[in-house]
Design a protein around this ligand. Sequence first.
Ligand SMILES: Cc1ncc(COP(=O)(O)O)c(C=O)c1O
Length: 445
Amino acid sequence: MSEPVRRPIRANEPTNRLIPSERFAARTAGMTASEIRALFAVASRPEVVSLAGGMPNLAALPLPALAEEVADLVARDGQVALQYGSAQGTPELREQICEVMAVEGIRADPNDVVVTVGSQMALDLVTRIYCDPGDVVVAEGPSYVGALGSFAAYQARVVHVAMDEHGLVPTLLRETLSALATRGVTPKFLYTIPNFHNPAGVTMAVERRSEVLQICAEYGVAVVEDNPYGLLGFTGRVYPALRSLDRDVIYLGSFSKTFASGLRVGWALVPPAVRDRLVLAAESATLCPPSFTQMLVSRYLAGHDWRSQIKTFAEAYRERRDAMLRALETHLPPGCTWNVPDGGFYVWLTVPDGVDTKAMLPRAVTARVAYASGTGFYADGFGSRQLRLSYCYPTPERITEGVRRLAAVLESELDVIRTFGSPSRPNLGPAPARNGPQTPSPHTP
Ligand SMILES: Cc1ncc(COP(=O)(O)O)c(C=O)c1O
């Protein structure tokens, strides 16, 4: 049989070489834009009060002093700062990172620190080296949307374990691991955010920490501790990191919330047996983290009082948290509950039965307030009665106004539901009488 005659194709002639459905890897099917990112364009219009994003508030940074550091860094050390560097990160910064982690009781060797482009990259790399398609990761429900994105990108399946006001519930963790074990499944790791959780705002009780570690050890499950907010508490209390209790914990840290998110400097502290693999994965992703931003962070840590800068940040966040809590108490309709975070950026709000926070979002944005609906923080579609409010970025006045607008949207939503019923619960009766700060809604997968 003779070959069909192929006519020559010009270089820029359209072909089907890039047609997504045929050519993209199967794992890209799990890569969806997070609801928050999808919202970003609308939510960042000036007339909209955005309580959606988790952007740190950088107003308190000493910008003139930093400008001098940047100029001096280029003038004195430009040949190194503008050059490739080590895949693991600069030795000086890795030493300083160990000093930062010591505040939370961690004793670490700089050789076990791998500097990454934000802790998001560390999350991605850890998932990359542990997860094959179909592997199970256990995570709190709700959990950090960026982590869920990484797990989805590597086709890992997420099994959620509920929290209460003291964080991850150990008995539920044990039940979940036991149920998985009876099906012959050992999760690759537990992913947990013990301090000032994103999005739930809660902190894992100190008494629970060793219990959680013990349960994971019993079931042979590794622990990944993600801790970008740990130093941003409002009471002065610093909680012991899980890694301070168990050297096998993989710990992820970041300068995004305690210094400057735009520099994209984070890290992983890993047991020596994991380090080489992680460095190889890092090398294949970026060759090396940027020398420039690492050296800038090093100068900042060496030359500035970073501890008191963190206190200044925490004070600003506490003031904003208070404004949000006052506004919630004052304006929200009955039947809403929320937690009282003692650090970090977020309040997790449960709305009355019948309200769907995802469906309500376009109406909220029309009313010039944005939030992150709860479904984005679960891998299993749960969370339609929840939403996350961030108080980190807007001024206290804007926060108050944003909550007032949100309350009005909720009121009209409830009016409609009372009149016509809701898709999930037709003809909702009278609204529940009580509202106020409470625990995050428990969720059992
Ligand atoms: C829980 C959690 N982990 C990781 C990250 C990523 O932080 P980074 O800026 O260091 O990549 C965030 C950012 O919001 C976060 O909330």
